[in-house]
Write a new protein. Structure first.
Ligand SMILES: [Zn+2]
Length: 321
């Protein structure tokens, strides 16, 4: 069992803040301008006889304070960013759902915000259109975990399903955690928002729309789920393989890789069980390196997929050109 304390603690404050976006727009925070978004917000990649498309749903520019990396001094965090030629006063956090086109299926991995997020988000649908895809074309949405940036795009503000023809596949332990009413009641006030948001998205779903899967199983031909609990209680990765080529969708195994791949021991404020997240981070990165998988991450810099190499005591993300 995971310690309940860690799930009801600071991590959830981050999760619910992500849902409503308030942490991003504190009035006292200095204005560092808008995040840089890619001109063309989608990128295609071949994987055997499948195609992967990364879509940028926008980004948020977050002033970098002591709270973002919970277990390292701010100077060390800034020094690691500076060593990579990155700004040190803020962090740009992108959001990157992926679409897999395989055997006539069109599968969306995580959703971004649709029209529920701050103004520099919600870009996904426009980019899909530019890539020649309509929301109706998506037949399956696969969810890694229930934080708002990963699920909010399932329903728009008006409550309509954004992908009307899609079955929605969710990790069973993740669904069990967030839909547990007793747990929601027991949660601290600041933590309740994330539970309520899960109900906004998954409440009233027709039973035939929602599929709960056990992490560790093949959920669709060529797509295997991998339990990677820690970031949330049911956080799940996906390995995709076709004709000997492999891709790992790492979801929130790390937040921005410039910090948490380079230093996998560091904890982002959003990791709910930080010790477990740390262990699973190394384990999964080692798997990606050993199996020579292409990797993609939801918060990786666009196009958010590329190679993972061992670098020092951590790992380096090498985006595709
Ligand atoms: Zn996330």
């Amino acid at each position: 069992m995971l310690a309940r304390r860690s799930f009801l603690g600071a991590g959830l404050v981050g999760a619910s803040a992500l849902t409503i976006g308030s942490v991003w727009s504190q009035q006292s925070a200095p204005n560092f301008g808008a995040p840089t978004l890619p001109q063309v917000g989608f990128k295609r990649m071949k994987l055997g006889d499948m195609e992967l498309i990364a879509f940028n749903d926008g980004a948020l520019r977050r002033p970098l304070g002591e709270e973002f990396v919970t277990n390292a001094p701010l100077e060390q965090v800034k020094a690691l960013l500076a060593s990579q030629g990155l700004p040190t006063d803020y962090v740009d956090i992108p959001f990157t759902p992926f679409v897999i086109i395989a055997g006539g299926r069109r599968i969306l991995l995580d959703t971004g915000f649709a029209d529920n997020g701050p103004p520099t988000t919600g870009k996904m649908l426009g980019h899909m259109q530019a890539a020649g895809l309509k929301p109706e074309d998506i037949d399956t949405v696969v969810i890694s975990h229930f934080h708002g940036d990963h699920i909010n795009g399932l329903r728009n503000k008006a409550g309509q399903l954004v992908y009307p023809n899609a079955r929605i596949m969710v990790p069973k332990p993740e669904h069990a955690f967030w839909m547990d009413d007793a747990r929601m009641e027991a949660a601290a006030p600041a933590a309740k928002g994330a539970f309520q948001n899960a109900r906004r998205v998954f409440g009233n779903l027709p039973a035939d729309k929602l599929v709960q899967f056990d992490p560790g199983t093949e959920i669709l031909p060529g797509i295997t789920s991998v339990a990677a609990y820690g970031h949330t209680p049911g956080h799940t990765l996906f390995k995709v393989s076709s004709q000997g080529q492999g891709f790992a969708y790492l979801a929130d195994l790390t937040n921005v890789p410039s910090l948490f791949a380079r230093n996998p021991e560091w904890s982002v404020t959003f990791d709910m069980d930080k010790d477990m997240a740390r262990l699973v981070r190394r384990k999964m990165f080692d798997m990606v390196v050993q199996e020579k998988l292409m990797a993609g991450g939801f918060h990786f810099p666009f196009p958010a997929f590329g190679g993972i190499e061992v670098a020092g005591n951590g790992y380096q993300f090498k985006p595709v050109a």
